[in-house]
Design a protein around this ligand. Structure first.
Ligand code: ATP
Length: 273
């Protein structure tokens, strides 16, 4: 059968749909599920080609059940995709902003000043720094801001009894994207008894994404850092600058974005007390 223009249109449409799906899901933690589904679909094709009937039957059952599960589990993402489609934003080729070193130094200074001030004054706070895993689902639970990063604004937002002080602030690149966001709580049994929901929420988002999370305890003013499901407590000014440096000052040896910050990072939650 000859390859004609209908086949070319067919391929282009499939490529656009794949691009759209990847772009949509790369903004959420659903990307891992999408990759898993892709692997299952490829395996199913291989089993069909090999003529393995029972395995193919099992794969088809998994795919059918998976399709229903995906609609239920990722209902918010699907809703957002349809909304984006309605706004015609899906196929825009946006590029991620790059932060100049000078600007990065300023941002690090502003954030560390705010965190250290809040620690001194025992003002509770959660700052979530979005990295590769998009946090669109978390953003939906809060109030969108899209503001410049400044110590005054950060401190103001977390000041007790102000409208946005409850919940987490989400930062992306050089912007404060949202505040008052609800994070998933960790059910890690190793978390020290005295740690309440603020710290569980910080750990929770670090378990399901690659975000860096800085927490200030309201009770004692202790600064903690959560990453990759691990909570490191008693972060001092030097370590804080190091964490922010990893985020805002990419160095050649730090190209691996998933890398744990270079300062001493113990693997067990609460083992540093
Ligand atoms: N799921 C959540 N997402 C975001 N923020 C949350 C969440 N749960 C609780 N918080 C924040 O944590 C506050 C409650 O903190 P709680 O006293 O339970 O925590 P803690 O870990 O003991 O911290 P602290 O030492 O600051 O008291 C809430 O007022 C809210 O601002």
């Amino acid at each position: 059968m000859a390859f004609n223009w209908v086949d070319a249109v067919d391929i282009i449409i499939v490529a656009l749909i794949l691009y759209w799906l990847i772009k949509l899901f790369s903004k959420t933690r659903a990307i891992r599920v999408l990759i898993g589904l892709g692997v299952i679909l490829i395996l199913a094709r291989v089993f069909v080609a090999l003529g393995l009937q029972t395995t193919t039957w099992l794969m088809n059952a998994v795919i059918s059940a998976g399709a229903v599960a995906i609609v239920i589990l990722f209902q918010p993402e699907i809703r957002r995709a349809l909304e984006a489609l309605g706004r015609g934003k899906i196929f825009s080729f946006a590029t991620k902003s790059r932060i100049e070193v000078q600007n990065a130094e300023h941002i690090i200074e502003e954030i560390s000043r705010a965190v250290l001030n809040m620690s001194k004054q025992k003002v509770g706070a959660i700052l979530v720094f979005e990295r590769k895993t998009g946090l669109a689902d978390v953003l939906d639970s809060g109030t969108m801001l899209d503001a410049d990063i400044s110590s005054e604004l950060i401190e103001n937002i977390f000041y007790p009894n102000t409208p946005l002080h409850d919940g987490a602030m989400i930062l992306r690149d050089d912007r404060i994207v949202a505040a008052g966001c609800f994070l998933p709580l960790s059910d890690n049994k190793q978390v020290a008894q005295e740690l309440g929901t603020r710290h569980r929420a910080s750990l929770g988002i670090s378990e399901v994404s690659d975000a860096y999370v800085i927490v200030v305890s309201e009770e004692k003013g202790i600064i903690s850092f959560a990453y990759d499901g691990v909570l490191k407590r008693y972060i001092d000014a030097k370590a804080l600058k190091e964490i922010l440096g990893e985020l805002y000052m990419p160095q050649p040896e730090n190209k691996d974005q998933g890398k744990i910050p270079s300062f001493k990072f113990k693997r067990k939650v609460g083992d540093d007390k």
